[in-house]
Design a protein around this ligand. Structure first.
Ligand code: SF4
Length: 82
């Protein structure tokens, strides 16, 4: 069994059914993901396979895009050239 197959088995038997789960499994199966799907899959993995509701790691650059974050995406205003 490959590392990817072992991880898929682990996710299916112990992971929570949450956003990002399917994307992570699809990635491990070798399918292509969009950037958003990749972020959701990564956050699912990072949150203990769906254990945490909101990681609250506001210093993480993925946080504004995280599937469970409570903060809305904030786009900083562009600086004007002098
Ligand atoms: S936003 Fe949170 S869950 Fe997503 S990668 Fe960053 S720390 Fe992990």
């Amino acid at each position: 069994m490959t590392e990817q197959e072992e991880m898929i088995d682990g996710i299916k038997s112990h992971g929570k059914q949450k956003k990002g789960m399917a994307h992570l499994i699809h990635y491990l199966e070798g399918r292509q993901l969009t950037q958003r799907q990749a972020i959701h899959g990564y956050c699912y993995h990072c949150c203990g396979f769906g254990e945490e509701e909101d990681c609250e790691v506001i210093t993480c650059p993925l946080y504004p895009f995280a599937p469970y974050s409570s903060k809305k995406r904030v786009i900083p205003a562009r600086r004007k050239k002098p």
